[in-house]
Design a protein around this ligand. Sequence first.
Ligand SMILES: Nc1ncnc2c1ncn2[C@@H]1O[C@H](COP(=O)(O)OP(=O)(O)OP(=O)(O)O)[C@@H](O)[C@H]1O
Ligand SMILES: CC(C)(CO)[C@@H](O)C(=O)NCCC(=O)O
Length: 408
Amino acid sequence: MDLGEFQIPGNSDPNQKTSHLSLDIGGSLIKLVYFSTNDGDDDDELGGSGKESVGVSNSNRSFPVLKGRLHFSKFETRKINDCLDFIQTKRLHIGGCQRLGALPIEKTIIKATGGGAYKYADLFKEKLGICLDKEDEMDCLVAGANFLLKAVHQEAFTYLDGKKEFVQIDHNDLYPYLLVNIGSGVSMIKVEGDGKFERVSGTNVGGGTFWGLGRLLTKCQSFDELLELSHQGNNRVIDMLVGDIYGGTDYSKVGLSSTTIASSFGKAISDKKELQDYRPEDIARSLLRMISNNIGQIAYLNALRFGLKRIFFGGFFIRGHAYTMDTIAVAVDFWSKGEAKAMFLRHEGFLGALGAFMSYEKHGLDDSMIHHLTQKFPMSSLVGDKICSPLNGELNDNESIECSVYAS
Ligand SMILES: Nc1ncnc2c1ncn2[C@@H]1O[C@H](COP(=O)(O)OP(=O)(O)OP(=O)(O)O)[C@@H](O)[C@H]1O
Ligand SMILES: CC(C)(CO)[C@@H](O)C(=O)NCCC(=O)O
């Protein structure tokens, strides 16, 4: 389909064109992904100019390559109106799939996943006049994870002893793996290929539990404040360790060192302190440790159940937070006796939204603008064949990454 037949209405920056807004509306957070090009940037990465076709295709057709950026944003679901304002101000909702001549409202369809795609469908229609095209949450998580693992340089990393190490993913040896998405609740998915997966387990003790219980116990005002508190705390003040029970020694016969937590929060009942003597920092630390440890253990048990050696953890509970990742990684390492590996993803919280973004293609919207994401380039034969991020660190809020897409 010729790109010239389509219009991407402008937004507040007249040179910037945005398109393919996709949403993941979860119990705690709304995640947005969208693509933008700048007028002057519509270059073929191979050195051609403008919207030239390049002879890369899997169906005897060649597609122009658009160079641009994928943008990532998030909002708290309880503040959904901020999200609606953001979409409206940036005019993201009319940068979707529209045919010239059609009334915007007739053709404005936005891919959306997560429970909120059902819950808030009427609100989106009423406030922005757009139709949410619902995509299954698990399908999207898996599509997003597979895409990131295959196409994004330095996406997956291990975290042990305070050290982050990027993992080189061998595309021919990616499957099977366990995907553990830690959102408000936790889903555990055995992934065996593109679109080939099974949700094998889950737990209701997840990110929502940490934030909810943490708020009740510490009175903190935001998730980031709770994380910051946990950073400053000492869990040994609250948790009962093996050594507390065994008079300072290990219980080595069963492999328990004196510093292993025997009972999370167990010390809060066994000493003579007043309730107000317990510091919010220490409570937050114990809570984070308890939940991360529990998820790590359940993940390991499921990996064991299906003989999976690699476990990828995603979801916004992690937030690139050192102590969270360290606890999960140690739990997996401890329970698997070093056999299984916990890995984390830089775009941890955006798996579902990315999967929804990619589903524009899956549904054969041939008369839409994008698709054939860079993922489809043979990785070894093209410059710019993958999404390259200049950052080695954490993904900040509202960050974007450079990428190229085929326009079909
Ligand atoms: N700014 C924030 N505000 C609230 N929660 C946050 C924030 N940042 C990280 N979190 C954590 O991330 C969790 C939500 O993660 P995520 O967005 O992946 O899940 P979700 O899609 O909202 O949940 P679900 O998939 O279960 O519906 C929260 O429960 C909380 O633990
Ligand atoms: C209900 C979902 C899938 C919504 O994202 C998630 O919150 C979850 O996986 N909760 C855990 C539910 C359970 O398996 O116990």
